[in-house]
Design a protein around this ligand. Sequence first.
Ligand SMILES: Cc1cc2nc3c(=O)[nH]c(=O)nc-3n(C[C@H](O)[C@H](O)[C@H](O)COP(=O)(O)OP(=O)(O)OC[C@H]3O[C@@H](n4cnc5c(N)ncnc54)[C@H](O)[C@@H]3O)c2cc1C
Length: 500
Amino acid sequence: MTVRDVVVVGSGFGGSVAALRLAERGHRVTVVEAGCRFADADFAASPWQAHRLLWAPRLGLRGILRVRVLRNLLVLTGVGVGGGSLAYAGVLHRPAAGAFRRAGWDPAVDWAAELAPHYAVAERMLGAAPAPLPDADGAGEAVLRRVAGDAGAGGSFGPTRVGIVLDSPGRPVPDPYFGGRGPGRTGCTRCARCVLGCRVGAKNTLVKNYLHLAGRLGARVLPLTTVTALAPRPDGGWWVHTAPTGGPPYRRGGGLRADHVVLAAGAWGTPELLHRCRAAGALPGLGPALGTRTCTNREVLLAVAAPGFDVGPGVAVGAQVRADEATVVQLCRVGGAGHPLSALLAPLAGAGPGALAHWPVRGFGRRTALLLAMEARPSSLTSRLRHGRLALVPDEGPGEPARLPAADTLARAFAGHIGGSAYGLWWNRLLGLPFTAHLTGGCPLGTDPRTSVADPGHRVHGHPTLHIADASVVPAGLGCNPALTVTALAERAFSAWPGA
Ligand SMILES: Cc1cc2nc3c(=O)[nH]c(=O)nc-3n(C[C@H](O)[C@H](O)[C@H](O)COP(=O)(O)OP(=O)(O)OC[C@H]3O[C@@H](n4cnc5c(N)ncnc54)[C@H](O)[C@@H]3O)c2cc1C
């Protein structure tokens, strides 16, 4: 086997799998990451620490969560060494079998069968286990179970599966996953602050599994470095142009030489980079499919609160039910006391005057159950470059939802159970602006270069040494949290890497 220089762009789920699996094969791996590197103590201790939570480097915010406000969509993505795993809630679910029959998945591949063994590997690597259901009768999970039971959907209730060290709350434990090759950990304290990054050290971010193990094998990570362009070399390799992240535009960056490049910059970053390369004439092989099949998970976030209600301690996303055939609703909590989300609520229509009395300004974290709904129906956008920036143009179809009736019904029933009120987010309800934290697509896989960007082995058509391994290859909403599927797809791709 020939040892190759491989540059991986982005250190999220796909990029971390690439780093480990290629380092295991002895390749020289460099991971280039636009965001910062964090130790557990660097994460925000509360959601009010915007400089530790949010990412807007030109404003001095160097956290883990980037918010992009487009005309038609609000997009949340994770940033930093570990990508979306820094801000994710740790939920690791396989989609329903029918997910791979949706338009966009290449019908020549039996995705469900091919991915099955790779899901098992991804679950083991990310440490997926059922979330503990709190004992307290009044806790959010118990209410959700009763609400589902009343609606005849009690059988759909269950704990989420999460990648979190759940034993030994608050106590240091030796590496529980990799026979001592992984880092020591601390058990989850049920503080529910997973999305802030997890200062406890209990959440299984990619830094604690794939990237840690890749680092032990010699893979290096360059944080705060943005890949700005790719240029093919005559020898079939690549010149990867980089610049310090957030630096002034006139500051020239450097470059890296690579035999292979793995694009893993996420469903925003990878299509954006490819659009820019195509606009600069650098990638003649790229066809018309670039940017197509961009989609959300059709998510809506609701809140339910009551003065005497206590959602209880727990992980950030503890249980889920089906609100109807297409809609899954997950019970979320944010922990702590006050929270900026309390200023973003608007009562659901018909909530009545009680909604003002129940408004959870004080003790939001304790008094509020958040309900994240995802609808498994087609979502279809196409990304384009507009004035040098990525824009998402809606395709024909129903458009992204700002509200989901089945989720509203469930939230109202939940509010009825606790004697409180149900709320949505005001930009959803009043401005009709949808949001997503689960953007996927833009680089579909397939054999036909007119309808796909890369082949089923993740190699970009016409550029066999350029690979894509991130959420951009997921061409249709999964109806469940996407990180496990992104990981399993990358495991599949790198199990068949040239020279394996
Ligand atoms: C708040 C929040 C909570 C979430 N919770 C869950 C959950 O519980 N379960 C779940 O399944 N999913 C969850 N998600 C979604 C999940 O995080 C994403 O689906 C997943 O991270 C996508 O993985 P990826 O490999 O495509 O890339 P990402 O994880 O997005 O990583 C891409 C990386 O590339 C970097 N990058 C981008 N452009 C460049 C460039 N030009 N040069 C260098 N680096 C670059 C970015 O900084 C980023 O670190 C959540 C998302 C958010 C925002």
